[in-house]
Unconditional design. Structure first.
Length: 421
């Protein structure tokens, strides 16, 4: 994380933590986490007024965890499953009342789209200190567990935190952990909770389980987490799915885009992969010259246009995994700084650059063009697919597509705006 400049040092600092994506590990005293985050933030020179807010479907967490976080000075926001569970929703609400001199720290899966929106476009000092939510933030929590607690308990008081319920849209936020418990169990809250459930589930008073398919569909585009596990041995005979981050690892200048497909294929063949192979180029494709895209597509590589970029690869991988049970392998071509945790039970290979070799375009394969789809304009995860490359190219330059692309981040502004009406 970058050190505070003199102006940033005195400015308001707001930390948002997506609790849904990360459980507090066993053995970590939740009371220590708030003070530890505070010390972490101050160690980078951010000394202004600090607020830490954790949001999630709070009814899914043990009371002891919530009580501990709260007594450590962390505000708690209860959200209905599938709504307001994207960190950008909460940041957007914050930016509606705070001028751009504030520091915003996001504790969630890192998302370059959020940096460019809240940082570059809106002018906040937007920070994502944990390069991998599951590994580096988990380590941070374990460090918090071994931190000195005596000093902490003096510094924090139980009354410093507040709670908020986005099911009931209570205004203003309330205080007292016992009041939160009473509220979540209360009749008024339970009744309003029903409004958030799909019609088919309204006979039940609890939110849909997080693993169910219906919930998966409601998740925002980027937030399907994959738990950290040991990578599985690669099964070279199994199906192999290559995701190529075409923005971070572009076709080198002067080289023939039609050679990329055959080069990747030859590279994997000489590395022993003998199973069926699919290659998909993923990115904000309007940033890639159209001739490059045409060449790539003609060599049999599928093109997928996504709203954010490399972060979307994890979602595409999750969709592929859903339809292709193990054994199967994922090969991800992205820059060396990218952090892709292996998918559990799948083979995993991260290539830091595009395999290149000298050769001629494979004329036999010229007719096998890759499939093209746009995930910006589709309602579901399969993407809006196109019959051929020229239709796809026309779509990407169309006003309809460009409007959808522009809407992508500001959509959250509309979502949060509904609270006021
Ligand atoms: Zn409520
Ligand atoms: Zn589109």
């Amino acid at each position: 994380m970058k050190m505070a400049s003199p102006e940033e040092a005195d400015a308001v600092t707001q930390v948002f933590w997506n609790l849904n994506e990360c459980m507090v590990p066993r053995g970590v005293d939740p009371r220590k986490i708030g003070p530890y985050i505070k010390r972490f933030v101050e160690s980078y020179g951010y000394m202004g007024p600090l607020t830490i807010t954790a949001f999630g479907v709070l009814t899914g967490f043990p009371d002891s965890i919530l009580r501990g976080l709260y007594s450590g000075g962390i505000n708690l926001s209860h959200v209905p499953a599938g709504h307001m569970d994207n960190i950008s929703d909460h940041i957007t609400l914050f930016t509606e009342t705070e001028p751009a001199q504030a520091n915003i720290i996001s504790i969630s899966e890192p998302d370059p789209g959020l940096s460019s929106w809240f940082g570059h476009m809106m002018g906040y000092n937007f920070l994502q200190p944990f390069s991998s939510y599951h590994v580096s933030f988990m380590n941070f929590l374990l460090e918090a567990a071994s931190s000195d607690s005596e000093e902490d308990s003096e510094a924090e008081t139980v009354d410093s935190a507040y709670w908020e319920c986005f099911v009931c849209n209570r205004d203003p936020p309330a205080k007292g952990f016992e009041n939160l418990k009473t509220h979540l169990d209360g009749e008024e809250h339970q009744e309003l909770m029903l409004n958030w459930l799909p019609t088919s589930q309204r006979s039940y008073a609890s939110p849909p389980p997080r693993n169910s398919d219906s919930h998966l569909k409601e998740l925002p585009f980027m937030s399907i987490p994959l738990p950290p596990t040991e990578p599985t041995e690669i099964d070279h005979k199994a199906v192999t799915c290559v995701f190529w981050d075409i923005i971070k690892c572009p076709v080198p200048p002067g080289s023939d885009a039609r050679l990329v497909g055959p080069s990747i294929k030859r590279f994997l063949e000489t590395s022993g992969y003998s199973g069926p192979l699919t290659i998909t180029a993923v990115g904000v494709l309007t940033q890639v010259p159209i001739d490059i895209l045409r060449g790539v597509c003609s060599s049999g590589i599928a093109l997928v246009n996504v709203p954010y970029g490399s972060g979307d690869i994890q979602l595409l991988r999750a969709v592929f995994a859903k339809n292709n049970p193990p054994p199967a392998n994922f090969v991800i071509i992205s820059d060396p700084d990218s952090d892709f945790p292996p998918a559990p039970r799948y083979g995993h290979l991260l290539l830091p650059s595009l395999p290149t070799d000298v050769g001629e375009p494979d004329d036999d394969k010229c007719s096998e063009t890759g499939a093209c789809s746009c995930h910006v304009c589709s309602a579901g995860y399969l993407g809006h697919s196109f019959q051929n490359f020229e239709d796809f190219a026309t779509h990407l330059s169309s006003r309809a597509h460009q409007r959808r692309m522009l809407d992508y981040v500001p959509r959250n502004v509309r979502v949060s705006g509904q609270r006021r009406t």
